[in-house]
Structures are given as structure tokens and as C-alpha cells.
Design a protein around this ligand. Structure first.
Ligand SMILES: [Mn+2]
Length: 258
């Protein structure tokens, strides 16, 4: 890996507060194993993964440490650095988006998920994996967050700018609409149909395919400031196949991040 690269992988094995079963903290290690299993070359983009540096894991013992720690960590890098975070719980996206919204005037968040994650609060908490996109809307403005692949909603939960069931053709229309604004990408692995990616905490049938996700990521090449891949839970099903699938998603995001 070239030392001149400004692309970084960072693991954040944070379990979150309301994840009763636990298991997402195992994901970064499994994904790194998956990366060893697959080719660096993407047949979808006809390109190899560009040079990057894996900085290992950031371990946080509490929600407060997560918020402080991610912001402190990111502010120690030059502003042109690009990051791919491997969760962990979806809550990790909040401090990362806060960092980029401090750096850049207008950040647009693209959110791929089965769930809206826009509850006002959940089980007495303001911030957890059921509310994180609502909290992100408060940082960047609700007009700057777009969700794709949604197929679950709590009664009364805000829909925001969401596209249910599918990604296409909406993604292309939104990319055109936002012009040259930079994109932060957050992918909850449960956006993929459970038949292809069962290893998540909250599986939801009716999802998009791996190939559709790869095509979507490819459309974002050169537009992404940073990204996170969250909610892979190796405890919930056999982990070999999901780890390889997750690694293939990592490969496509790294190519798009260049
Ligand atoms: Mn989800």
C-alpha cells in the first residue's frame, strides 16, 4: 500500500446502545478477512482498488467517547483525506457526518438502508440506530439527506427524502439534482435482500440485490467525501459468505472514493 495514499479504512467496532444481541463489533475483522479472500480487481468497474491505508480499529467504550473520539480523530488529518469506516452500529455515522459538515459548506448524505432510521427518539434515547438519520438531518438539513431502498417504517416516522423498495431510477435523478455537491455515503448492509445478505441485526425482506448496490456505488465514483458500511452482524448467521460480500462492497466503495 502506497504511503502517498490519502484514502483510509478505519474500523469502528461500536455495538451501540440498543443492540440487545450484540455482534456488529465483530464486523471489521470479518470484513478484513473477506478482503484477503477476494480479488482487488473489480469486474464491474474494470479497475483495481486504488492504494489505501488500513488504520486499524477505533475502540470506544461509550456513546460520549464515540462522539468526541471520532471528531478528534478526523480533525487530525488533512482536509483532503478520504475515509471508509467499517461499523459497527449505525450510530457511528453521526459524528463522521458532523466532521464533514464542519469542513464543507454543503454535504449531501446518501443513505442506503431497509429502514428510515428517522424516529424522533427510540426507547427513551435520542441517538441510536433507530434515530441516527433524524439526528443527521438536524446536522446537514433534512433536504440534504436522501434514503434509498427503504421498506420499513414506524407509525408516524418521518419519510424525509426517501425512495421506497428500490434505488433506480431515483438515484440518477438525485445525482443530477444535487449538481456538484459532495456526497457522504452511509450503507446499512440490511439494504441488501436477506437472501443475499442475511447477517444483519434487523433483516427485512424485499431488498435490493448485491449487483444493484454495486451499480449504485459505481454511479458515485469521484463524488464521495467519505463513507461508512454499518450493521453487518456476523453473529446472526454463517459469516463466511456475508464477509466476502461485505468485502466486495468495500472494494467497490474504495474504487468510488478515489
Ligand atoms: Mn437498517
Amino acid at each position: 500500500m502506497s504511503s502517498k495514499s490519502n484514502v483510509y479504512i478505519v474500523g469502528v467496532p461500536y455495538e451501540g446502545k440498543k443492540n440487545v444481541m450484540g455482534g456488529t463489533s465483530l464486523a471489521p475483522t470479518k470484513i478484513r478477512w473477506g478482503l484477503e479472500m477476494i480479488e482487488d480487481f473489480s469486474v464491474y468497474k474494470n479497475k483495481e482498488i486504488p492504494p489505501y491505508k488500513d488504520l486499524g480499529d477505533l475502540n470506544f467504550r461509550s456513546f460520549y467517547e464515540l462522539l468526541e473520539g471520532i471528531e478528534n480523530f478526523l480533525s487530525s488529518f488533512p482536509s483532503e483525506s478520504k475515509f471508509l469506516f467499517l461499523g459497527g452500529d449505525h450510530t457511528i455515522s453521526l459524528p463522521i457526518v458532523k466532521h464533514f459538515s464542519n469542513l464543507i459548506e454543503e454535504v449531501v448524505v446518501f443513505h442506503f438502508d431497509a429502514h428510515l432510521d428517522r424516529r424522533e427518539e427510540y426507547e427513551g434515547e435520542l441517538t441510536n440506530n433507530a434515530t441516527v438519520i433524524r439526528r443527521i438531518e438536524e446536522v446537514v438539513g433534512s433536504g440534504n439527506v436522501y434514503s434509498f431502498g427503504i421498506r420499513s417504517r414506524a407509525p408516524g416516522e418521518s419519510k424525509g427524502n426517501s425512495f421506497f423498495y428500490s434505488i433506480f431510477p431515483h438515484l440518477g435523478e438525485v445525482i443530477e439534482k444535487i449538481g456538484r455537491k459532495k456526497i457522504y455515503l452511509t450503507i446499512d448492509f440490511d439494504v441488501i435482500d436477506p437472501s443475499e445478505f442475511p447477517a444483519v441485526t434487523n433483516p427485512e425482506p424485499g431488498g435490493i440485490s448485491f449487483k444493484e448496490l454495486v451499480r449504485a456505488i459505481g454511479m458515485l465514483e469521484g463524488r464521495i467525501l467519505g463513507a461508512d458500511l454499518v450493521e453487518f452482524n456476523p453473529k446472526t448467521s454463517g459469516d463466511t459468505f456475508p464477509a466476502v460480500t461485505a468485502a466486495a462492497v468495500v472494494r467497490e466503495v474504495l474504487i468510488a472514493l478515489r
